[in-house]
Write a protein that binds this ligand. Structure first.
Ligand SMILES: Nc1nc2c(ncn2[C@@H]2O[C@H](COP(=O)(O)OP(=O)(O)OP(=O)(O)O)[C@@H](O)[C@H]2O)c(=O)[nH]1
Ligand SMILES: [Mg+2]
Length: 238
């Protein structure tokens, strides 16, 4: 192992991602030029997601699995993953968050990490030049586009893809976020971004190609949309 390579902890929240989590982990393990630890935070998935992760733990020595009793929310899973990342010795320089459904391609992690070298947070962005979304219906595009317009203009965020969950954080920023982020669902992404900007951390965007999930089901329900609206309107910036 080359100690001059950047060290990264990849945090993956999972809820019923048995169809894809194995491939996500294998692709991460295949990445070269990074020292890697993978933390999966699984909320008692009924489809055997954690069994797949446990089997891979026997194959690779760098995987940790946090198992929680029930579905407690994407944001709270990420916070637990981040706490685990910060407890590693030595603490990794970078912490990546990503979905376990292959919408985020692990091959894009090195690009995100390189970009984060020049800031504290790099967002894997679908809405900057070179970024794209594959496979979404017009409705899904409109919802995502609308949410990002609201977050950008009402929330005052200087970012095109505020809702992306594919991100690379410096671990210094994560230490500060753990004490300040309060949202436990999908609105965690906006809350974390708002806090990073408010604390003066530099945020960059790096283009990614996002693919609609091919297996499993979306966990993004009506309640998550409502929580998003409440958060954006509660922190209006004109
Ligand atoms: N541990 C945990 N993981 C969750 C929870 N909710 C969602 N996830 C995971 O968070 C990631 C993002 O959720 P998705 O359902 O893919 O949400 P999305 O990417 O906005 O929507 P689709 O890709 O269209 O399904 C996936 O890996 C989910 O399995 C939760 O309550 N707990
Ligand atoms: Mg997804």
């Amino acid at each position: 192992m080359d100690s001059s390579e950047p060290s990264v902890c990849v945090c993956i929240p999972t809820y019923n991602e048995a169809g894809t989590i194995g491939e996500v982990i294998s692709r991460i393990e295949g990445l070269e030029g990074l020292r890697k630890v993978i933390v999966v935070v699984d909320d008692n998935s009924g489809d055997g997601t954690s069994d797949i992760v446990r089997r891979l733990m026997g194959e690779y020595g760098n995987i940790r699995l946090i198992e929680r009793g029930g579905k407690l929310g994407l944001g709270s899973a990420l916070i637990e993953g981040f706490e685990e990342a910060l407890s590693l010795k030595p603490v990794p320089g970078y912490i990546v968050s990503m979905d376990g459904d292959l919408s985020h391609d692990p091959y894009e992690i090195p690009g995100l990490v390189r970009s984060c070298d020049r800031g504290a947070l790099t967002i894997g962005s679908r809405y900057v030049k070179g970024g794209e979304v594959q496979g979404w219906t017009l409705w899904r595009r409109a919802v995502s586009g609308g949410a990002n317009l609201l977050a950008r203009y009402l929330g005052g965020l200087p970012v095109r893809d505020c809702t992306s969950g594919f991100r690379c954080y410096s671990s210094d920023l994560v230490k500060d976020l753990i004490g300040s982020v309060t949202r436990e669902g999908f609105d965690f992404q906006i809350d974390a971004l708002m806090n990073a900007v408010r604390m003066g951390y530099q945020v960059r965007e790096h283009p990614i190609s996002f693919r609609d999930r091919e297996a499993g089901e979306s966990k993004l329900g009506l309640g998550e949309y409502l929580n998003f609206l409440i958060l954006v309107f509660s922190r209006l910036r004109f």
